[in-house]
Design a protein around this ligand. Structure first.
Ligand SMILES: [Zn+2]
Length: 451
């Protein structure tokens, strides 16, 4: 038989509960001491198709305005040009061979530190609203890092076969509805919200509403025209998301990060799409941090990567660095100081993931390219042919003329990168791979992710 608590004991319990509010603010008494954090990622977005990077077409007025008011990193790169590996690296700040998701369909290893998990422990509400089916938990393993993980699948997109994508408009609607529903709780707890838009991923659709503004003739639209129109459509959704957020809580400070998971190739080096080569069209990403009154406006040219985002957010929030994070806190740049140069190790994988055996094989034998960006150069190795390429990215940004001397050995940086990847892939084999359902296998096969 239980004994009801006495009133004094009950009052003490309530006082303790209030004092234990993890963000340090008493419930209902004070606003959180941290800003809300909004991370917007856009799939397959090349920076050179944005106005902020000099594109002549007005594809991106809202994104340009956001990045123009904050600090834009003009020389940012992903560590793998593929959705799940890249975004898992964003949140865990470790490269794909460490988190284990080297390919779409290979989930991350368990037990990793991640920014949403760390901020959740600090009292943040953490929520992800995503529009790319490859991020579903069974394929990515990312849902467990978030308190709320929502994958929208509102239209048929991939080759008209699957009902597995959300339009940007649907995604924004869902985020704004979720914010409205959680308004009361948001008043007392800071929020980490991740929104992932899938446009302008292939198949590029002509967003006809934006064609006149972009000077696109619908009858003669090229792939790049359609791609630009998809960027304009997602830009409009970014504008609507930011306006909706400000309307919801105009007084709350908001720290916004904008980036892409990877870029896209339109025939460069024979690639159409992304994921099979390490080269500038797919490695380069837009990246910017926006926090009015705290981050000065400007453009940085430090060579940075996706891995640096989570440590930088911890630093901006005044929280300690996490020892497992491989990226750097870019804080010096916010104070006008250069960020120490560090080689960026990049990788590309293939692999089959439809069974336990195949997943293990995919991790172990899926590496097809590795490369290092350092000192203004990209040195890459195609493992199958054993061919190296070396480009001076300042003098030859389109990577037309390889400077490699076949008789010279690979650089120490590339050798170290390759050794680390191989060691990590072997370690990742220790992780039990997933058992995928037939639908997921069919989806992956349709996208060419299965051999
Ligand atoms: Zn992607």
């Amino acid at each position: 038989m239980s004994v009801p608590p006495r009133p004094a004991a009950l009052a003490r319990c309530l006082a303790t509960a209030l004092a234990l509010t993890a963000n340090g603010a008493s419930v209902g008494a004070q606003p959180p001491r941290y800003p809300d954090v909004l991370v917007i990622t856009v799939d397959t977005l090349r920076p050179d198709r944005l106005g902020a990077w000099g594109h002549a077409r007005p594809t991106s007025p809202a994104i340009d305005a956001l990045l123009g008011e904050g600090l834009r990193f003009a020389e940012a790169r992903t560590v793998e040009p593929l959705t799940t590996p890249a975004l898992a690296s964003l949140w865990t700040s470790v490269p794909p061979h460490v988190h284990g998701s080297t390919r779409n369909g290979l989930p991350i290893r368990s037990g990793l530190a991640s920014l949403p998990r760390l901020l959740g422990r600090r009292g943040f509400r953490t929520a992800a609203v995503l529009g790319n089916w490859t991020l579903k938990d069974q394929l990515s393993g990312l849902a467990g890092e978030w308190q709320h993980y929502e994958l929208l699948t509102s239209r048929k997109r991939w080759f008209g076969l699957f009902k597995d994508e959300a339009r940007g408009r649907d995604l924004t609607d869902s985020v704004l509805a979720w914010l409205a529903d959680s308004r009361t709780e948001s008043a007392t707890r800071p929020l980490l919200l991740w929104v992932h838009y899938v446009e302008p991923h292939a198949p590029y659709r002509l967003q006809a509403d934006f064609a006149p503004r972009l000077g696109i003739s619908p009858e003669r639209a090229t792939d790049l025209d359609r791609y630009d129109s998809e960027i304009a459509a997602v830009d409009a959704e970014v504008a609507r998301l930011l306006a909706g957020w400000r309307e919801r809580s105009p007084e709350r400070p908001l720290l916004t990060v904008f980036l892409a998971d990877h870029g896209e190739a339109f025939g460069e080096h024979g690639e159409h799409g992304h994921g099979r080569l390490v080269h500038e069209p797919t490695l380069r990403i837009p990246l910017g941090f926006h926090w009015p009154g705290r981050i000065p406006a400007g453009v940085a040219h430090d060579a940075v990567s996706t891995l640096d985002v989570a440590p930088t957010l911890l630093g901006l929030l005044g929280l300690p660095a996490h020892p497992s994070f491989a990226g750097r806190d870019l804080a010096p740049r916010f104070a006008g100081e250069p960020v120490a140069e560090r080689p960026i190790c990049v990788q590309a994988h293939k692999g089959a993931v439809q069974s336990v055996q195949a997943a293990a094989r995919a991790r172990r034998a899926g590496l097809i390219e590795a490369g290092v960006v350092a000192a203004g150069q990209l040195e890459a190795l195609a493992l199958g042919r054993g061919e190296r390429r070396l480009y001076d990215l300042q003098a030859d940004p389109d990577e037309r003329r390889s400077l490699v001397d076949p008789k010279s050995p690979a650089s120490e940086s590339l050798t170290a990168c390759l050794d680390a990847i191989r060691a990590g892939l072997t370690a990742a084999d220790q992780v039990p791979p997933p058992a995928l359902d037939p639908d997921s296998i069919a989806e992956l096969r349709a996208l060419g992710y299965l051999d």
